[in-house]
Design a protein around this ligand. Structure first.
Ligand code: ZN
Length: 185
């Protein structure tokens, strides 16, 4: 599990490094507050997508299942600043479907850690492929990165879009087109 004492000591060092007085009233509780927050924000490291995706139901048809506009918050691993937005997760079942809420849970497992958007997209798609064995998977993530909007190039509102396809989605342009249409609806 997380080492809260280490996190608290680290936050104190950063504050001292900035030149702050770590004993002033506004900052006294900040290290322990951040340590508690880390359990939530980075809690995905201690969860497994398998737990969520292994609860499955039989289906006869193999039409696309899309869970779209899954809101998420993550932390960019280069700056530990938030990036946030929406994930759209689709798959073509091969006899089995997962509970709909489980797709959102899977997004959370990979969002709640130090992360890169591109890598998160791949991890969600690979987990879906591995634990659900569908005919195909497509994941699209749209996000605003505060490391780009509050610092650096400072372009508020700009969004980064990434997609990953597996199986039939990689082979069939019509399926990808259908995904895009459904996401836009
Ligand atoms: Zn960053």
């Amino acid at each position: 599990m997380m080492d809260k004492e280490k996190i608290e000591a680290g936050v104190r060092l950063i504050l001292e490094g900035i030149g702050e007085d770590v004993n002033r009233p506004g900052l006294v509780e900040t290290p322990s507050r951040i340590a508690r927050m880390c359990e939530e924000v980075y809690g995905g490291m201690y969860q497994s997508a398998e737990t969520h995706l292994s609860k499955q139901f039989d289906v006869a048809n193999s039409d696309m299942v899309l869970e779209k506009d899954i809101t998420f918050f993550s932390m960019c691993e280069h700056h530990l600043l938030p990036f946030f937005g929406k994930a759209h997760v689709a798959y073509i079942p091969d006899g089995k479907v997962a509970g709909l809420s489980k797709l959102a849970r899977t997004v959370e497992v990979f969002a709640r850690r130090a992360q890169l958007q591109e890598q998160m997209c791949v991890q969600i798609a690979d987990a879906m492929a591995e634990y659900l064995h569908p005919k195909g998977v497509m994941v699209m993530i749209e996000a605003e990165h505060t490391c780009m909007t509050m610092r650096g190039v400072k372009k508020p509102g700009s969004r980064t879009v990434t997609t990953v396809t597996r199986g039939v989605f990689a082979e069939d342009a019509n399926l990808r087109e259908m995904f895009m249409q459904m996401v836009k609806l």
